[in-house]
Ligand binder design. Structure first.
Ligand SMILES: [Zn+2]
Length: 204
């Protein structure tokens, strides 16, 4: 029991459905692959500026796909708070699994508590945990919503991601500034028009 008289429960940062198994990380192999890629695109690998590049590329990718450990602690919702809790404008960046190029933006994570609540800062950690993988925006949106639903069993869940995909803005169709918005809305936030309206007015 803590000072508030509630019983905190540590919930594991389960990130099911990961594409990258960080335990299989092989830095020397990644370094060799980066060197091969440089050769394959016609780079002069003896150029002084490229000397440490394979090592830096391998280290960068390793960092981008390895999730930080964290423990989200949930508490009993003693005061019976049953209105919207929203953490908005959580910055995130991740790698698109189709091009291995970054996409980045803001996540808005909302829930209507049931019997459990979670520290607001932990909502940012959850976003971060799912971002450290090879991702698709739609998939990441659903994963965050699923995690909230399974961990907190809330009355409602709403996750909105707004992101710029560099695979779309610096290459391909090259439309800088284009933002892609995805959402996953469950329970009362999906079924109650007033709650849904409240959510979307807060994240606009
Ligand atoms: Zn892409």
């Amino acid at each position: 029991m803590n000072a508030r008289g509630s019983d905190p429960q540590v919930v594991a940062p389960a990130t099911p459905g990961r594409v990258v198994d960080a335990s299989k990380l092989d830095l020397p192999a990644a370094e060799r692959a980066a060197l091969d890629l440089l050769r394959a695109i016609g780079a002069d690998i003896d150029s002084p500026g490229l000397v440490g590049t394979p090592r830096r590329v391998a280290a960068s990718f390793a960092e981008l796909v390895t999730p930080a450990e964290f423990a989200a602690t949930s508490f009993a919702n003693e005061n019976g708070y049953d209105e919207l809790v929203i953490a908005r404008d959580i910055p995130f960046h991740t790698l698109c699994m189709h091009h291995l190029l970054p996409f980045f933006g803001q996540a808005h994570v909302a829930y209507v508590p049931g019997e459990k609540i979670v520290g607001i800062s932990k909502l940012g950690r959850v976003v971060e945990a799912f971002a450290r993988d090879l991702q698709l925006q739609e998939r990441m949106t659903v994963q965050i919503a699923d995690w909230l639903e399974e961990t907190l069993k809330p009355r409602g869940v709403g996750v909105v991601l707004s992101a710029e995909h560099t695979c779309m803005t610096i290459r391909g169709v090259r439309k800088p500034g284009t933002r892609t918005v995805t959402s996953a809305v469950r329970g009362s936030l999906r079924d109650d028009p007033r709650a849904r309206q409240e959510l979307f007015s807060l994240v606009e």
